[in-house]
Write a protein that binds this ligand. Structure first.
Ligand code: GDP
Ligand code: MN
Length: 380
């Protein structure tokens, strides 16, 4: 789950990472009001879950409350990289001397978190990473020991941080590491972390991504979920307890079990097809889940064929077949459906489908071949 800047900043505040004064607004009038409270000079920042807002015109510096209102009106009417702006953050404007980049992500190769820092922070950090990667310092954190003071000092030294700022920096880095690990984040980023003209350090921007698989441990983060911007199909799937990930291909997949779902996708690719989604209906899925799954798959206009691969263990093939029949009554299925059922009650399941308008297959290989042929416009 990606968090908006204003949400990430709320978390930062709880972990004593200093942020500018400010509040979020959904209307221009509200933004003007906040700007007035902050003394006029403010930064109006679009809250959308994409990077590069600054370069896209989604961040404006206002000299007074009137300008803040005016800019907020403009920004609230914008779309940035396809996402409508529904909220703006109104922050006190801060004059600064230096922009630093600081982030923590998981380093999969080394199987531990890694801190990345650079003296060349700001909106061009992607370019820095590409052209002068040596300007970005990396230090791995042992997750059992946590961030050590000497590591924080090593980073400060490596980015040539002025000595007077070391104390601030080390405290901020500890806060960032704590918020990263305690919220089960996969990313905690400050870009820019600035040294202000009056020699404070402030996180002017904040970006966090929380691991969806750990969200159940963080009911306090539920308020942050932003249904507007999530793929509607994924929201719908979560409601029914389905694990669904939208992909770009043309073969809709419905499988029970994550491993089998991956294997099914691999085999589809092997035969030259592209899966339209990952979908694990889970163990013991009944008719309600199956018909929800079908509706979700069919909501993707790119889907040209559906491949259903069920290995009945706890899941009963006759239940799945019933779900399919129910769904076919409720939803108009405009694409061919290839079904492979094996395992518990497979014979009953197949019998139920004998009159239905579906293509059956005995093995996964056969099913995948048929699905790919149909997706490519061929016949069987
Ligand atoms: P991003 O473009 O989405 O990463 O948005 P940021 O929040 O990082 O803002 C982009 C740039 O705007 C920053 O790198 C700063 O240079 C500038 N900026 C943001 N907030 C302030 C502020 O309070 N005062 C000033 N002077 N510049 C700011
Ligand atoms: Mn930024």
């Amino acid at each position: 789950m990606k968090l908006h800047e204003y949400q990430s900043k709320k978390l930062f505040e709880r972990y004593e990472v200093p942020i500018p004064k400010g509040r979020v607004a959904s209307t221009a009038a509200e933004a003007g009001q906040i700007a007035e409270e902050l003394g006029g000079r403010t930064v109006i920042k679009s809250q959308v879950l994409v990077g590069g807002r600054g370069k896209a015109g989604g961040i404006r510096l206002a000299k007074n409350a009137n300008e803040a209102r005016e800019f907020a009106a403009v920004i609230l009417g914008m779309e940035i990289k396809g996402l409508p702006v529904r909220k703006v953050l109104v922050d006190e404007a801060v004059g600064f001397e230096q922009e630093i980049y600081l982030s923590i992500i998981n380093d999969r190769v080394n199987r531990c978190p890694v801190v990345m820092a650079s003296a060349a922070g700001g909106v061009d950090i992607e370019e820095v990473a590409q052209i002068t990667p040596e300007k970005i310092v990396r230090i791995n954190i042992n997750p059992l020991l946590g961030l050590q003071d000497f590591q924080a000092r090593d980073i400060a030294l490596a980015i040539d941080l002025p000595r007077e700022q070391w104390k601030n920096f080390i405290k901020i880095l500890h806060g960032l590491y704590r918020v990263f690990s305690e919220t089960d984040a996969t990313l905690a980023e400050i870009n820019p972390l600035v040294i202000t003209k009056d020699q404070r350090m402030l996180a002017l921007d904040a970006k966090m991504i929380i691991d969806d698989n750990a969200l159940f441990r963080h009911p306090e983060l539920n308020e942050f979920r932003d249904f507007d911007i999530e793929a509607p199909a994924e929201v719908e799937a979560r409601k029914y307890g389905l694990s669904f990930i939208k992909l770009d291909g043309e073969i809709g997949c419905m499988v029970n079990g994550a491993g089998l779902a991956m294997a099914s996708m691999d085999i589809i690719k092997q035969f030259g097809g592209e899966p339209a989604n990952f979908l694990d209906i889970g163990g013991g899925a009944g008719a309600v889940k199956v018909s929800a799954a079908l509706r979700i798959i069919l909501s993707d206009p790119k889907v040209k064929v559906i491949l259903i691969n069920i290995f009945g263990g706890i899941t009963r093939c006759d239940e799945v077949a019933n779900g399919l029949l129910t769904a076919m009554k409720e939803v108009k299925i405009s694409v061919p459906v290839v079904v492979r059922l094996v395992g518990t009650n497979a014979a009953e399941g197949r019998a139920l489908l004998s009159d239905a308008n579906v293509i059956t297959a005995d093995t996964l290989v056969e099913a995948a071949r048929k699905a790919v042929a149909l997706a490519n416009g061929g016949s069987l």
